[in-house]
Ligand binder design. Structure first.
Ligand SMILES: NC(=O)c1ccc[n+]([C@@H]2O[C@H](COP(=O)([O-])OP(=O)(O)OC[C@H]3O[C@@H](n4cnc5c(N)ncnc54)[C@H](OP(=O)(O)O)[C@@H]3O)[C@@H](O)[C@H]2O)c1
Length: 359
């Protein structure tokens, strides 16, 4: 266990509980994240990130080889937003471990270019396929699910990775919801619950479900439904925080519902990384240079996803929140099981209401 990471997590918990307004506390929490970013290279208790990721890939590859040698079919992963950033790097590692990777991606042309680049970088010609999905639309998610089902494939791993951050103004989705909430949370809720039958039937290896959340779950003192339902309360940052808090609560309920099945569900903060996620923030030039010097890169930020996806060391871990490849306590607000169940019911109702308007 790394003393440095223990220190970072303890410091972030301490900062979260300071008797100060949350708007100030959040900067303390972030400061410790930047300390992690800048100093984790010197942590003597862990090999480098590259060495760790390569170890997870090797562990995954050994398991895939063992299963295929025993006559099982090749495992299949679905990764949303796999065309760029953390999702791209994760997709590469998962394919190198022997998985067939379905890249669930937004645009028409860009994902195909990313798939070609993944093929070039890995030398794996039969490991990647793009199926389009737009998480702002339940109809598009249905279309993805139908297209995927046509292939008759299992799902041994699903990573809810796609996301957007801090859209400057309220953008209503075609389903009538706030975009960050739908893309980051509800779209993934609908996707995963729509695929649950296939997930439950899949084996060798038993499926793992990963849900990308964020450090921002520590930046609010309550889960505020008004931010989801009331356009006039739109806040570019608080709506992002809410979507990522919802993701953690979703992972907790799903883990509970799948208890005893051998299917694991975990949520994670990948790290504060220099990726396209910052594209909607003002002062792009500032962020470009700030991110370059203070943030980890997308490859480093894929480490927690790759660990949770592949390593046998975590195969029984479920219902947990992770950061820096280590279990972390989430914001206590998210641990209330009644509130978690309430969010699940609320999400189901939203979906039913949206679909009831379809003819
Ligand atoms: N980077 C960080 O500092 C950080 C910190 C904490 C958590 N995270 C989380 O990590 C995850 C990956 O983020 P990243 O940093 O890799 O960001 P990124 O480089 O911006 O990648 C985001 C991905 O999501 C896709 N996406 C956006 N809207 C979509 C939609 N409507 N339907 C389907 N896909 C959509 C994007 O597709 P296009 O490329 O086509 O737009 C892209 O592939 C996100 O969930 C993010 O919230 C990141």
């Amino acid at each position: 266990m790394s003393k440095f990471i223990n220190f970072i997590h303890a410091a972030q918990s301490w900062a979260r509980n300071l008797p100060l307004p949350v708007a100030i506390r959040q900067y303390f929490v972030l400061c410790f994240e930047y300390i992690y970013n800048m100093f984790h290279y010197f942590d003597p208790s862990r090999p480098s990130t590259k060495t760790r990721i390569e170890r997870y890939i090797q562990q995954g590859r050994q398991e895939t080889q063992r299963l295929t040698d025993a006559g099982h079919r090749r495992p299949v992963a679905i990764i949303t937003g796999a065309n760029t950033g953390i999702g791209y790097e994760t997709a590469k590692s998962i394919a190198l471990a022997g998985y067939y990777v379905v890249m669930a991606c937004l645009k028409e042309e860009k994902p195909e270019l990313s798939r070609d680049q993944l093929i070039r970088e890995t030398g794996l010609t039969d490991s990647f396929e793009v199926i389009h999905i737009n998480l702002v639309s339940l109809r598009s998610i249905d279309a993805f699910v139908n297209e995927f089902k046509k292939r008759g494939l299992p799902i041994n791993l699903i990573i809810a990775n796609a996301g957007v951050m801090m859209l400057p103004k309220y953008i209503q989705t075609e389903d009538g919801l706030e975009s960050q909430f739908q893309i980051n949370y509800l779209g993934h809720f609908y996707l995963i619950t729509s695929l649950l039958d296939i997930i439950k039937q899949s084996d060798n290896p038993r499926p793992r479900i990963l849900i990308l959340s964020s450090i921002v779950i520590h930046f609010a003192d309550k889960f505020d439904y008004d931010l989801i339902l009331d356009k006039n309360k739109y806040s570019y940052n608080h709506c992002y925080f809410t979507s990522k808090m919802a993701s953690v609560m979703f992972s907790k309920v799903l883990a509970r519902r799948l208890e005893g099945t051998g299917i694991t569900v975990n949520s994670l903060h990948p790290g504060v990384a220099a990726t396209g996620l910052y594209r909607h923030l003002p002062n792009q030039i500032f962020w470009k240079y700030f991110n370059r010097y203070t943030n980890i890169n997308a490859y480093e930020a894929s480490a927690t996803s790759v660990l949770l996806a592949l390593s046998p060391d975590v195969k029984d871990k479920t219902g947990l929140y992770w950061a820096h490849e280590t279990i972390q306590d989430p914001n206590p607000v998210l641990l209330d099981s009644k509130a978690q169940e309430q969010l699940w019911l609320f999400s189901e109702k939203l979906i039913t209401d949206i679909k009831s308007k379809w003819n």
